[in-house]
Design a protein around this ligand. Structure first.
Ligand code: NDP
Length: 240
């Protein structure tokens, strides 16, 4: 049985990496996926539609919301996945780089959920998954901006989970906290550091985007109907 049959899904940051795998997997599971990002990739098709989106731009978020709603009249699932890094030791971290990471990873999620959350509340159902990180839970050297954005996102999502369900709507909001997953974002990290990160896991390896996408598909689906307001680690045991 297809896990997401006929669901209308919006995924931010879906041109590559984890977001791309989420879009592919969800389409495979029967969903119609709006794969959103600033740049266009080459894997779209009948069940994966590209929509331009810059999560730092309120008007761009609004346009996405209006376009999807005018076509389908509903949105079943939102995956707030878009995120960036601008790493630097704190003494060298510019305020611009601090602000850009917060504006993208934290406020970018707020901009989307401010639109799609109340819609789901009105519909009476919906599933939202936002992408946190092991760094939001544990911190990391050279990533004060990123850690702040990903930790903030956890509190924000728990607030949304309470808010959108307060009148009885079956709206679920969860966060996922991956460890180090092999994507372009992580390929910037020096190899010796990546080896250290792999050694810190129980499984002694980094993760694959597909392993995160599988969890997100489950959380988005009705199979996860009693899971809300939580953070699920997918990190090979890195937090033990
Ligand atoms: P990638 O750098 O591979 O992909 C990031 C995606 O986000 C791209 O599709 C990019 O598309 C999009 N994006 C970036 N900025 C914006 C923006 N302003 N508006 C819309 N889309 C944007 O990253 P990953 O796939 O590795 O990461 C995905 C998410 O998972 C991020 O939130 C990241 O923080 C999180 N994460 C990743 C981990 C990892 O180890 N890889 C670990 C823990 C969490 P475009 O540039 O075309 O807009």
């Amino acid at each position: 049985m297809e896990l997401l049959k006929d669901k209308i899904v919006v995924v931010s940051g879906a041109s590559r990496g984890i977001g791309k795998q989420i879009a592919l997997k969800m389409a495979e599971e029967g969903a119609l996926v709006y794969a959103c990002s600033r740049s266009k990739a080459d894997f779209y098709g009948d069940n994966i539609l590209y929509h331009e989106l810059d999560v730092t731009d309120t008007a761009s978020c609004q346009k996405l919301y209006e376009d999807v709603l005018s076509k389908h009249g509903r949105v079943d699932v939102l995956i707030a996945n878009a995120g960036i890094t601008r790493d630097a030791m704190t003494r060298k971290m510019s305020e611009d780089d601090f602000d850009l990471v917060i504006d993208t990873n934290l406020k970018g999620v707020f901009r989307l959920i401010k639109l799609f959350g109340p819609l789901m509340e009105e519909q009476g159902y919906g599933s939202i998954v936002a992408m946190s990180s092991v760094v939001g839970e544990q911190g990391n050297i050279g990533q004060a901006n990123y850690a702040a954005s990903k930790a903030g996102l956890i509190g924000m999502c728990k607030s949304f989970a309470k808010e959108f369900a307060r009148k009885g709507a079956q709206v679920r909001v969860n966060a996922v906290a991956p460890g180090y997953i092999l994507t372009d974002m992580v390929k910037k990290v020096p190899e010796d550091l990546l080896k250290k990160f792999a050694d810190r896991t129980m499984l002694k390896r980094l993760g694959e985007p597909e392993e995160v996408a599988d969890l997100i598909c489950f959380l988005a689906s009705d199979k996860a109907s009693y899971i809300t307001g939580t953070v699920i680690d997918v990190n090979g045991g890195m937090s033990l």
